[in-house]
Design a protein around this ligand. Structure first.
Ligand SMILES: Nc1ncnc2c1ncn2[C@@H]1O[C@H](COP(=O)(O)OP(=O)(O)OP(=O)(O)O)[C@@H](O)[C@H]1O
Ligand SMILES: [Mg+2]
Length: 388
């Protein structure tokens, strides 16, 4: 592996000292040496070039060496440049301590002993080469991991896609079978076949969606839609489930919101479906409510807030931050009691991110949860009538 040259900046107001130091360090072929005779000149050089080491005299005509070190240590780009102080005057214990307190890695007393300096710089040089080598290795490993991760996501996406096609065939045939003459026992079998097939298809679709999102392959559509219709049509299919569980399911569109919007309505429905299905799944008594309100609007853009509130089991405080992670469920008994794979919220969060929105949850164990979704949309220019 070839390394870049080790760039050293010598800052000393005495030209003679610079010549001596250059001569000594010139023996190390890997070094590229630059010099400056004032603090300001040193700063200019450091802004121009990335140095690996600064050998810094303390008494300078403008900014003193300590102040220069302070400046370097207070900026992100220069904080990690190693500094070696070098002085003939400031040799007392307190000055040396001050140098180290300012972050120096060494403090040399003039006159410099050639052998000592060469050995020290050689040591820093070896450390630097090792560090650069490790950085290269790390970058290489990261790239390889990224490639592997992409390959895994693509494999998962292809697999899910391949499984989905025959699965649709199985479901379709089972549905046709349902229409034929069957005994009561056979009808029960087919019913189970269909419901199991649907569960499997949901999991496959979720994995397909998630792997597409991970591989950055989801593109948003900008379609014109009616907010009122979208909300109504999203909620209606959940009424049956709500009734079965004796839960109240209501929605409100609060205030005046332009109805004709432009955005990815398909993805919005997908997120709301995830939130509503969770709310109904994790609520045994009470209600589930979807509130839509306008947070702000500016010219042809607006920011909508959707809140899915339930009176369900809630999420323990220590789990609130992890429920949006993939394959994560509130606790290990969730799968057993409620089913699911823990992908719904991870997909929703990724979708919200590409839609330039935010999603968060407020929840209290045993009293309910509110999932708060905020997404920007455009207002259709042809229909800017407000909702009443
Ligand atoms: N409304 C809610 N009330 C209580 N807990 C919730 C609610 N919504 C989500 N959770 C918790 O967050 C976890 C993750 O939710 P997520 O939707 O990602 O997965 P899931 O519903 O378990 O499975 P999937 O959505 O893949 O079918 C759930 O398992 C549950 O523990
Ligand atoms: Mg879910």
């Amino acid at each position: 592996m070839t390394y870049e040259r080790y760039k050293i900046l010598i800052v000393d107001d005495n030209e003679g000292n610079i010549v001596v130091l250059k001569e000594i360090l010139g023996q190390l072929k890997q070094c590229e040496i630059t010099s400056a005779t004032t603090g300001n000149e040193a700063l200019k050089q450091i802004l121009k070039k990335e140095f690996n080491l600064v050998i810094l005299d303390i008494k300078l005509p403008d900014i003193d060496g300590y102040d220069l070190a302070r400046v370097l240590k207070s900026h992100k780009r220069t904080i990690d440049i190693p500094i070696i102080f070098c002085s003939a005057i400031f040799t007392a214990e307190e000055w040396i301590r001050k140098g180290f307190e300012l972050g120096a890695i060494d403090y040399l007393i003039k006159p410099i002993k050639e052998e000592q300096l060469i050995n020290k710089i050689q040591f820093y040089l070896t450390l630097h080469e090792k560090q650069t080598g490790l950085m290269h290795e790390l970058m290489h490993t990261n790239k390889a991991l990224e490639k592997q991760n992409r390959a895994k996501s693509e494999f998962l996406a292809n697999m899910s896609h391949e499984i989905r096609t025959p699965m649709n065939g199985v479901l379709g045939m089972a549905q046709l079978l349902q229409l034929t003459e069957l005994s009561d026992e056979q009808k029960d079998f087919v019913k189970i076949l269909i419901s199991s097939g649907k569960s499997l298809l949901k999991i496959i679709n979720d994995i397909l969606d998630y792997s597409k999102l991970e591989a950055g392959k989801v593109e948003l559509d900008a379609i014109e839609f009616s907010l009122k219709e979208l909300v109504r049509e999203t909620v209606i299919p959940f009424l049956i489930e709500a009734e079965k569980k004796n839960l109240q399911l209501v929605y409100n569109i609060r205030g005046e919101i332009p109805d004709r919007l432009i955005g990815d309505s398909y993805r919005l429905v997908q997120i709301l479906n995830n939130l509503l299905s969770n709310a109904l799944k994790f609520t045994h008594v009470g209600s589930v409510q979807l509130d839509v309100s306008l947070l702000r609007s500016q010219e042809s853009k607006l920011l909508l807030q959707f809140v899915v509130r339930d009176t369900g089991i809630g999420i323990p405080a220590n789990k609130v931050t992890i429920v949006f992670e993939k394959f994560t469920q509130g606790d290990s008994s969730t799968t057993k009691n409620f089913g699911g794979t823990g992908l719904g919220l991870a997909i929703s969060k990724s979708l919200v991110a590409i839609m330039a929105g935010t999603i968060r949850v407020e929840s209290q164990e045993n009293s309910g949860s509110s999932f708060i979704l905020e997404i920007p949309f455009k207002i259709s220019s042809e229909h800017q009538h407000p909702l009443v």
